[in-house]
Design a protein around this ligand. Structure first.
Ligand code: 2P0
Length: 354
């Protein structure tokens, strides 16, 4: 066994759902968002990723939900491993190849923010295995450079990611308020299985290049972000809900106006929106948001979860409803994959060795 072989770490991270949406990148720089975004990290869904270094490998390997994966997903994994290695500044020589094994307990690549939790978990596990000892802000910036929303999943609770400035290299998300700041509930109405047709990265590039509304979106997004930020700080759901819906609809309107138009919704997506509007008409506090996929996420309070879940379940085309709540940061875990027989479910915060 050579110097690196056998070194490993396992991390868990949660997806996040943007309340104020990110859509579009600056032309220059390392994956810098054109607009500020604000998200909620979700308990109840998670990605678990092991990074195991192996000098005997010819290159990195990736297994996702039990299947070997190559091509672009593997290239992005290698990109983040390289960034974690190089970013430490103290490493010399070639980065050791890694076996990366990742599992999601929710649908992958279907508009449920799987890239966010995937690259957040990978950043933490890579840092643990390579012994690079990055700060959480550095890991957020490195993950952001590969997938912007992943920069937000390094943190728990309510998280903000500023817009980038052309040419800057480091841009990390930051915690706005912890998970226990506000016990919101977020219900995911799953309206399809399988991956979406157009990935977020491609969709954004296409929108920036062809949508006549893109400049208006970039000009408007900061004020929407600020409205949402203030509503979160004030725990004011009556103010938050309409602003969240408008952010999502403005993002989708911008994407739909592309040439050819980008349409992430299916029929059930629209049926759920109308169902939510009817619930609002009955005085219930439930508000929708939609990402780059057909599922609808509904923000509400704990005491309304049962009635809203029942209403969502009655909408034809809704396959199931996943209940989530504000969750914690990406972190190292010690569990059954470790060969040395060390035990189940010890949790340590990001930054500590597992
Ligand atoms: C968001 N989305 O703010 C928005 C809303 C989807 C819709 O961030 O190209 O996978 O990897 O930086 O982070 C999804 O985009 O895109 C996303 P890249 P990412 O949550």
């Amino acid at each position: 066994m050579t110097e690196w072989s056998g070194k490993h770490a396992v991390a868990v991270a949660h997806p996040n759902i943007a309340l104020a949406k990110y859509w579009g990148k600056l032309a220059q720089g390392t994956n810098l968002p054109a607009v500020p975004s604000l998200s909620l990290t979700l308990a109840g869904m998670s990605t678990r990723t092991e990074v195991r270094l192996d000098d005997a490998l010819e290159g990195d390997r990736l297994t996702l939900d039990g299947h070997a994966v190559e091509g672009r997903p593997l290239a992005r994994v290698s990109q983040l491993l390289d960034l974690v290695w190089a970013g430490a500044g103290t490493q010399s020589g070639r980065r050791p190849p890694a076996m990366v094994v990742s599992t999601n307990d929710f649908p992958t690549a279907g508009g449920l923010a799987s890239s966010a939790s995937a690259f957040a978990a990978l950043a933490v596990a890579a840092d643990g295995a390579l012994g690079t000892e990055h700060s959480v802000n550095e890991l957020s910036s490195l993950a952001r450079a590969v997938s912007a929303s992943a920069g937000r999943s390094l943190f728990g609770g309510f998280v903000e990611l500023p817009a980038g400035v052309a040419g800057e290299v480091r841009l990390s998300a930051r915690a706005l308020a912890p998970a226990d700041h506000w016990p919101l509930r977020l219900l995911v109405a799953v309206t399809a299985e399988g991956p979406k047709a157009v990935g977020s990265t491609e969709g954004m590039i296409h929108t920036v290049a062809t949508s006549p509304y893109f400049d208006a979106w970039v000009a408007w997004a900061p004020q929407a972000f600020e409205r949402i930020r203030q509503a979160v700080l004030a725990r004011d759901l009556d103010a938050l809900g309409p602003a969240v819906e408008q952010s999502a609809l403005a993002m989708h309107a911008t994407a739909m106006a592309s040439d050819p138009g980008l349409l992430y919704w299916n029929g059930a997506t629209l049926d759920v929106i109308h169902a939510i509007r009817r619930l609002q008409g009955r005085g219930l506090a439930a508000y929708f948001t939609i990402d780059a996929g057909p599922h609808v996420k509904v923000i509400t309070m704990a005491d309304q979860v049962d009635v809203i879940t029942a209403a969502l379940t009655r909408v034809p085309g809704v396959r199931r409803v996943i209940a989530t709540r504000p969750g914690g940061p990406a972190r190292l875990v010690t569990d059954g994959l470790m060969p040395d027989g060390l035990m189940p479910d010890g949790l340590t915060p990001a930054g500590e060795r597992g």
